[in-house]
Design a protein around this ligand. Structure first.
Ligand SMILES: C[S@@+](CC[C@H](N)C(=O)[O-])C[C@H]1O[C@@H](n2cnc3c(N)ncnc32)[C@H](O)[C@@H]1O
Length: 278
């Protein structure tokens, strides 16, 4: 077709299609710049916060923080959320920083056995998977009762973990109530687990059960990680008797056994870490 205004010579550089093309290129360019700046500011602010925003004394190796600061901003860029979940691709606001820390912890300690309670679509599980995938002896067990993911656990979680390349024989996604499942796991895996992450039921009773029922699985020298300890937030699960339900359950274990611990306040909603010394 002959272009209007008499052919190619008279084509305006501001022709609509060229303009749209330019806009797409500029948008892509600005997107990349924004991503780079985000990563730069993320690291600059974290380098300060790792010294200031901590309760207790660091109870894990410094190398974890080095890996944390030097890891890719997003450990799982292709993450798929359950249908309809839009917030940050279905991972919610806690990620990607929370997941990046999980990755660094797993990468440094090279755990042979990890157990996680509260997996949802796999925001933390994919980061454990990325960390351990090259070590053929290591395994990941996840427990969730599908309350948040509404019929999509374990399928979506499995897709996300498969995308990391971790072979299916190296991970298990258990569907059920942790209060019922953990006592059996604790018998089977007594003193065998290197890392246990608690991020499931956030009521006082639920968190207390997960912490106490899972504790016997941990070997001496292992770690329990507990998410959602932030006392500046009012949790939906807070009650008059237990205004800070997960924090209270976390501190009770520490006070009972005098374990070393720290709370990382630079991880959104705060992540507590307990070093188990038996
Ligand atoms: C905060 S989400 C976990 C987030 C996940 N760790 C991540 O980083 O994406 C809490 C999860 O715990 C699960 N959950 C809650 N109560 C549970 C219970 N009693 N047993 C097993 N899972 C439970 C919910 O279904 C939900 O998926």
């Amino acid at each position: 077709m002959i272009p209007p205004h008499g052919g190619i010579k008279n084509f305006s550089p501001f022709d609509g299609r060229i303009q749209v093309g330019c806009n797409v290129v500029w948008s892509g360019f600005f997107y990349l710049i924004l991503k780079m700046l985000n990563k730069l500011f993320e690291n600059a602010s974290l380098r300060k916060k790792i010294h200031t925003d901590v309760d207790g004394k660091y109870c894990f190796d410094r190398e974890v923080l080095d890996i944390f600061l030097n890891s890719p901003y997003d450990i799982a860029p292709g993450f798929i959320g359950p249908p309809g979940s839009k917030l940050r691709g279905g991972r919610g606001k806690d990620h990607p920083r929370y997941g990046r820390f999980i990755y660094a912890f797993g990468k440094h300690y090279k755990p042979q056995q990890i157990v996680e309670v509260g997996t949802f679509a796999g925001g933390t599980a994919v980061c454990w998977a990325e960390a351990i995938k090259d070590d053929p002896g290591s395994q990941l067990i996840c427990i969730d009762n599908d309350t948040y993911s509404k019929g999509t656990y374990p399928e979506i979680t499995s897709r996300n973990i498969d995308n990391t390349g971790l072979s299916r024989v190296r991970y298990a996604l258990m569907n059920g109530d942790s209060k019922e499942m953990l006592p059996n796991f604790a018998k089977r895996l007594e003193n065998m687990v290197d890392i246990y992450l608690v991020d499931g039921d956030h009521t006082y009773e639920g968190a207390k059960a997960d912490i106490n029922n899972g504790f016997p699985m941990l070997r001496s020298g292992g770690f329990m990680l507990v998410h959602d300890l932030d006392r500046d937030r009012v949790m939906d699960e807070a009650t008059e008797d237990h205004p800070f339900p997960v924090y209270e359950a976390f501190m009770e274990l520490i006070n009972e056994h005098r374990f070393d611990y720290c709370i990382l306040k630079y991880i959104r909603k705060h992540l507590g870490i307990i070093k188990i010394e038996l």
